[in-house]
Write a protein that binds this ligand. Sequence first.
Ligand SMILES: Nc1nc2c(c(=O)[nH]1)N[C@H]1C(S)=C(S)[C@@H](COP(=O)(O)OP(=O)(O)OC[C@H]3O[C@@H](n4cnc5c(=O)[nH]c(N)nc54)[C@H](O)[C@@H]3O)O[C@H]1N2
Ligand SMILES: Nc1nc2c(c(=O)[nH]1)N[C@H]1C(S)=C(S)[C@@H](COP(=O)(O)OP(=O)(O)OC[C@H]3O[C@@H](n4cnc5c(=O)[nH]c(N)nc54)[C@H](O)[C@@H]3O)O[C@H]1N2
Ligand SMILES: [Mo]
Length: 770
Amino acid sequence: MIAGGNILKPDVENAEYILYIGAYPGHSGKPMQTIARQAAIRSSSGTLKFDVVDPVLAGGAVSPIGGNTQWIPIKPTTDSAFVMGMLYWMIDNNKINADFLSFPNLNAAKKKGFNSWTNAAHLVITDSEHPNKRKLLRAEDIGLAVPPAPEPDPKAATTTTPPQYFVVIDKATGKPALHSDSNEADLLFKGEVTDSSGKSIQVETSFMILKESIFKQDIAAYSKICGVPEATIIDIAKEFSSHGTKAAADGMGNTASSTGFDASMAQYLLTLMIGSMNKKGGVITRRNAYKSVAPGPRYDLANYPNKPKTSGINISRAGVPYEKTPEFKMRKAKGENPYPAKMPWHPVGSGSDNQAIFSIVNGYPYQAKILMFWMSNPLMTTPAAAREEVLKELKKAERVPLIIAVDAFMGESTSIADYIIPDTTPYESWAHANSEGNCPGKVLTVRWPVVEPMTGKISDNRYACFENYCIDVAKKIGIPGFGDQAIPGADKKLYPLNTPEDFFLRGIANVAYDGEPVPNISEDEIKLQDLETATKSWKNSLSTEEWPKALYVLARGGRFEDGAKAFVGDNHKYGFTGCFSLYVEKMAAALNSFTGKPFSGTLIYNEEAFADGTTLQQKYPQKEWPFQGVSYKAKFRSVSMLANTVLRDLNKTNSIEINPEDAASLKLKTGDKVKLISATGGEAVGILLVRQGVARGTVAVAFGYGHWEYGSRVQQAGDKKTGGEASIASGVLLSGISLVDPTVKGVFGFSEMSTGGPSRNGGAFRIEKA
Ligand SMILES: Nc1nc2c(c(=O)[nH]1)N[C@H]1C(S)=C(S)[C@@H](COP(=O)(O)OP(=O)(O)OC[C@H]3O[C@@H](n4cnc5c(=O)[nH]c(N)nc54)[C@H](O)[C@@H]3O)O[C@H]1N2
Ligand SMILES: Nc1nc2c(c(=O)[nH]1)N[C@H]1C(S)=C(S)[C@@H](COP(=O)(O)OP(=O)(O)OC[C@H]3O[C@@H](n4cnc5c(=O)[nH]c(N)nc54)[C@H](O)[C@@H]3O)O[C@H]1N2
Ligand SMILES: [Mo]
């Protein structure tokens, strides 16, 4: 399964309808300027309709008075209930693309003009007696013959896992078949299949499991949970399912909650139900990039001689099933009940800086020795990390003996470092950035230094910066992959990595030669931009053959494929061609590390709950804690954008925002100084803003405010003082009082148990006059 918000985005240029669930086209999102332009042009010309389901009304291209858009307030953390209501109606009224869902493999989909496929018709073992219960039925479970495994490629760098064969009921024969052999499978099968010993096994399709989960409640019940009227849920379901494959669902920041997995699954299930995955006007992959820092056509920037193998357990406890840890095995061996674990382990997903912070402050699963910050400020940006109890621990030498920050600013995290290495800003530095989305073609932008860095010279032509720091430290302590013989070329020779340009220019050569190479730059263009002078000091980093193509890319700030060429017919060329899961076996097989209970493999609505399963409502009932918190990106700033005084002046501070009815019942008004109090301790004082654009029971706070460093305090280096601009610290940081989980010993930010996703949105809060 792949998460909805991560690699998929609506094709705004071609869609007829987009449902944004907790994402504002043009207010935020990636990249918000492109989305704003595309969404505004298309909706004002009447060719695109889009709705936003969000507890907070933001700016951007949405307007309550403009045409073709609608704001639908929702109760935070209940997105899956809203979507289950929509899916209920769509399934009940035959408004799903059942043909698409019946393709059990990519080839079957391709024959019918699609290029994505799902496991909707794959069978799942529901038999509670079967050793593989809750798993997808595989060929070996019923003794179905499979093709011989392909010979392993001796030249392959990594061992590939052999193909797996799942089982479907083939529509044509009515019999079990390999998923790869059937062109159309029975979507609605629920019954028994027989294994080779003649024993019957209870199975049903992924789709049936999903349907049963949805039909456990009705639309009225879902409406009650999410606070969106039943009629609105039905209207949106009708709209969403009446544009063929030219509709899409999206969302991103909304999934950062303790119910975020359900929210992202809900989102991509919507798209699958109408078959618009990988379709023009549907949902397409983002970050379709040319090869740069990769095994590329000119240089291999991912591998090098003597590359060390990493091993061990990720300190963040994320992407690691508890059952694979030494702690579990030891407790099991002693005959103890291994649950609950000492701290939560999150079996699904990947490493997490949010979770790493809580591992470090608890010294669990092991002691951190060196903590390094670069281009990240997790103390400010991780929910609950700015709490006093976290900061106090992190500053103790026994928690982390050495903290190194490489930064251009005195960020909050940088301020607790033992050593600060000065770093460059964008105009002074190199980068390869792929497009975040909203262009279907391949894109890679390249950034190169246009001014001399102001960080200080460390030797001839070399300046203090992150890359030089890494290079010099690696050489000193003998880490392979740096120095004169470091980067493998396509010609099998080894090239040096002694400077940032050695690395980035070789990446640019890869970009220039990826697929059909770019043309050579013309002499006129070189002269026009005086590229000769600009690149003079980097001459040795590329060959004379490579330079004219590298310059072609540099002069354009990257390489950009024409978006129209990224489609074949109405199929996206770079679509994800693996299986999209309606039933996520990995989730179904994973266990909650505190309760020992399995997660759901299908879409369900989970209430916000702590690690041990206690719901928030049980512990902090709404009567006492009437608000859930929501943080949203501020329109005119990013987390780190405070250094820009023009943007800072546009929105000097933020507010604690609530709905007029909530304000009336608290006898509060706009401008009142109020305390926002967190159910697990901690409070923030700010100014109240009462507005209609906030759902009832929600308190909204724009992110990016409430700094305590970043130039707000005076800092001294030698006898030089800097900073002291108090206005930088203005406003409230909601995540500074985000909930901790009282069912976990030590300090632990309230998180989702399956993935470790932090609870940025949701929780339990109270407001009082300050
Ligand atoms: N409550 C709440 N929390 C959130 C979010 C939210 O909406 N609400 N958003 C989340 C999201 S989506 C993200 S991506 C993260 C972002 O989280 P982070 O990546 O941790 O934060 P940033 O502020 O984007 O950047 C980190 C730091 O990079 C440094 N920096 C900035 N510019 C430069 C530069 O030019 N050169 C160098 N060397 N360093 C620089 C600064 O010290 C800055 O503080 O925050 C997350 N946290
Ligand atoms: N102006 C601006 N634009 C940005 C950034 C920025 O800092 N400022 N940062 C960039 C980055 S790093 C990112 S990742 C993207 C993020 O882009 P988005 O995902 O569009 O923005 P966020 O503000 O993170 O998203 C949170 C949204 O979800 C809503 N929300 C919260 N809880 C729920 C819920 O339970 N259900 C629903 N339906 N909605 C909920 C919030 O009100 C908010 O509108 O933006 C990028 N663009
Ligand atoms: Mo982000």
